[in-house]
Design a protein around this ligand. Structure first.
Ligand SMILES: O=C1C[C@@](O)(C(=O)O)C[C@@H](O)[C@@H]1O
Length: 229
């Protein structure tokens, strides 16, 4: 997964759903943190779509407790041949969630050794920071990953405008970025941010199992993206 062009990722905690995603998605985001036995499920995976493995921490909206165990699961997932990319939080890479050799930066290196690309991500569930801070966070994510991602929460459409503006600037500067504004106000960003340079769009395979506020269902997002392309 090189993110040269837009990747529509179908998010799920259940790899058995992969066939249902094939019609619309380019990849499956496997939410390890929401799955009951993620490494066993990975070993059994024989689907067609490449996997982006995410083991999201609770503080960033996921189900995994921070620490060495969750990083180890992510590290092991990166070794799987079906996993073409991993997602790791910027905080885990820069703030040493778990000090020592097996910290976040080491997981990034390990993923690369196994030819998996690295998405370095940040999430803000309370709002959208000022444009300067948006730019700084996204730029730092780009420094550590093959692609930097920032999902914020829009409380006004001006938040969406700020996020799109930073997306456009960083893309024009040659960085690979992925952005989306979560929540109802920012929902349209999921369809239009790719026009400004965002390279990953997410939608749940099962519309009743959204992995973030404001997501469209997969078929709807695929149609919107196609119509705007
Ligand atoms: O980080 C992201 C983006 C996301 O939060 C979204 O807003 O679509 C959905 C998550 O599954 C994914 O890991």
């Amino acid at each position: 997964m090189n993110f040269e062009s837009l990747v529509l990722a179908a998010a799920t905690a259940d790899l058995a759903e992969e066939p249902a995603a094939r019609e619309h998605a380019d990849a499956v985001e496997f939410r390890l943190d929401l799955a009951s036995d993620p490494l066993v499920a990975l070993d059994a995976y024989d689907g067609e779509l490449p996997l982006l493995a995410t083991n999201r921490t609770e503080v960033e909206g996921g189900g995994a407790a921070e620490g060495p165990k969750r990083l180890d699961v992510l590290r092991q997932a990166a070794e799987h041949p079906g996993v073409e990319a991993i997602d790791i939080e910027l905080a885990a890479v820069t703030e040493n969630e778990h000090a020592g050799e097996d910290g976040g930066a080491d997981v990034v290196a390990h993923a690369r050794e196994h030819d998996a690309s690295v998405v370095v991500s940040a999430h803000d569930f309370s709002g959208t920071p000022p444009q300067s801070e948006l730019r700084e966070t996204l730029s730092r994510a780009c420094e550590h990953g093959d692609i930097g991602k920032f999902a914020t929460t829009a409380t006004s459409i001006d938040d969406v405008l700020a996020l799109l503006s930073v997306t456009r600037d960083l893309d024009a500067d040659g960085h690979r970025v992925a952005t989306m504004a979560m929540g109802a106000t920012g929902r349209h960003s999921r369809a239009i941010a790719p026009l400004y340079g965002s390279r990953i769009a997410y939608a749940p395979v099962d519309p009743d199992a959204a992995t973030a506020p404001g997501q469209y269902d997969l078929a709807t997002l695929a149609d919107l993206l196609d119509a705007l392309r």
